[in-house]
Design a binder for this molecule. Sequence first.
Ligand SMILES: Cc1cn([C@H]2C[C@H](O)[C@@H](COP(=O)(O)OP(=O)(O)O[C@H]3O[C@@H](C)C(=O)[C@@H](O)[C@H]3O)O2)c(=O)[nH]c1=O
Length: 185
Amino acid sequence: MDFFKPEIEGLIVITPKIFKDERGYFFESYNKKVFEDAGIVSNFVQDNQSFSVKNVIRGLHFQAPPHAQAKLVRAQRGKVWDVAVDLRPQSKTFGQWFGVELSEENQKMFYIPRGFAHGFSVLSESAVFQYKCDNFYNKESEGGILYNDAVLNIDWKVPFGGEIVNEKDKSYPWFEVYKKQPFFN
Ligand SMILES: Cc1cn([C@H]2C[C@H](O)[C@@H](COP(=O)(O)OP(=O)(O)O[C@H]3O[C@@H](C)C(=O)[C@@H](O)[C@H]3O)O2)c(=O)[nH]c1=O
């Protein structure tokens, strides 16, 4: 199992050790002790799964404190481009984003602590996306940033104008709003 820590502090990309044989494969998708030793100390309380077709973008989402969520995400089927945006006002990388390809093939996982907005785009014909959260869903605390914000300038790797985005995600404010009124501590 490999744990890669990108420039933005707190983010971790996990590459599991995959055991392949004539039957197929096996890997540990979560191991409390091994993950905690690598710095992923979160008490996961909810697992989610979504299915999306090609060119769907879901995001950028977060839950506001005290309902903020750390997430451990992966693409069980297909291939996605997964993005986390640092919204921690004290962070030296506030407003920066990091993206990683998560796929059925690489089985990589991505740990995103509390204080980030999260989203992904679907690069394959379809994708099954699975994730663990360390806080329960709370509708009233849901927030988001417009996925195509010009300041963040995220490359979603989908054809220009071809993205499939729901009305809720299209209605989120620009990143500028959170720059003026930070709410994660
Ligand atoms: C996230 C969530 C949604 N729902 C419901 C609300 C709604 O009617 C329906 C679909 O919800 P959404 O449209 O918000 O689903 P979706 O756009 O897939 O939301 C997810 O996007 C990714 C990027 C994340 O980071 C997640 O935390 C989550 O925000 O499911 C729950 O019941 N529990 C949950 O935990």
